[in-house]
Write a protein that binds this ligand. Structure first.
Ligand SMILES: Nc1ncnc2c1ncn2[C@@H]1O[C@H](COP(=O)(O)OP(=O)(O)O)[C@@H](O)[C@H]1O
Ligand SMILES: [Mg+2]
Length: 295
């Protein structure tokens, strides 16, 4: 990867963006990727060791309780897996954390000072909560490197314009991310040509370029091959300590890899926490067995 290649990428990005402004829908998944960040306001306070605190959260849809007195706490640097049958409220929980859905009642804090229920979606993203949706959302006509560069340049801490030259440090950051998401060999390739798993990694890389303190991942390995799933587990394990991670997943083998026998798993059922503990503990819990087998 050379600075020239990066500068060429920046030009193509600008062209792409001006085209996109004139009505071209170019992102996969029909959503726009996380660009256009502005400077982060008051940062989160993690001195109490809590990354995320949810208490007594209730969400109703036409009288149906999607979340029912949900309480959950994630420690700073923790990697937490959340499992539960379809309809348990896992995605709705992420919608509440990211401001997409407002609960009818409850408390939601990011760190000990940021009241998530008072912030809008974009403000929550700026405060440092990243979210990976199930479907990959990358700019398909752009290269892998250009996608990452776009995220870097949208970084609230960098605030450089798209056409500006990258600093040596930025080049190093991009390079390190390419290695981290195992796409070094695909840097110049159009994102649309990647495999499903590679697109997911690219999007995770784009989220990581924004350095979110908390990253929410909704079924990240759905549709991946076994090998891709294993590599994803390695990637997530490599992030622990640097970021707090909440991973919603159905794939028990993947959850096993992530928890490595000791990390906490939360089981959601009918909008509340049914059980919490190691994977072995929750799998031996008769209520959990009933919920899974009863379906
Ligand atoms: N916008 C909505 N309107 C009505 N019902 C919804 C909406 N979003 C989710 N639900 C319902 O809330 C419940 C929880 O959904 P969801 O959070 O998607 O579950 P999970 O992700 O655990 O499968 C489901 O019964 C779902 O049908
Ligand atoms: Mg879901």
């Amino acid at each position: 990867m050379t600075p020239d290649l990066l500068e060429a990428g920046a030009r193509r990005l600008q062209e792409h963006q001006s085209r996109a402004q004139h009505g071209g829908q170019t992102e996969s998944g029909g959503r726009s990727a996380g660009i256009g960040r502005v400077h982060r306001g008051q940062g989160p306070d993690f001195t109490h060791g809590v990354a995320l605190y949810l208490d007594d959260i209730n969400v109703s849809f036409d009288g149906f309780k999607a979340l029912n007195a949900l309480s959950l706490s994630i420690a700073v640097g923790e990697l937490r897996c959340i499992i539960g049958p379809n309809g348990a409220g896992k995605t709705t929980m992420m919608d509440v954390i990211t401001g997409k859905t407002r609960p009818d009642a409850g408390t939601a804090f990011f760190g000990s000072t940021i009241d998530l229920l008072k912030l809008r979606e974009n403000e929550i993203a700026q405060a440092g909560i990243g979210r990976k949706f199930q479907k990959p959302t990358v700019y398909e006509p752009l290269s892998v490197l250009e996608n990452l560069e776009l995220s870097l340049k949208a970084d609230r801490r960098v605030r450089s314009s798209l056409g500006s030259r990258l600093s040596g440090e930025q080049v190093d950051t991009l390079d390190a991310m390419l290695s981290r998401i195992q796409l070094r060999g695909e840097a110049g390739r159009e994102a649309g040509l990647l495999s499903h798993g590679q697109k997911q990694w690219l999007e995770i890389g784009m989220l990581l370029m924004q350095d979110p303190a908390l990253l929410l991942l909704d079924e990240p390995v759905a549709g991946m091959t076994d090998e891709e799933t294993e590599r994803t587990a390695e990637l997530f394990l490599s992030l622990q300590g640097e970021h707090s991670l909440v991973v919603v997943e159905h794939d028990m083998h993947f959850v096993e890899q992530l928890t490595q026998g000791h990390r906490t798993v939360t089981v959601l059922h009918e909008g509340s926490v049914l059980a919490e503990g190691t994977l072995a503990t929750v799998q031996a819990n008769s209520h959990v067995v009933e919920v899974y087998l009863g379906r």
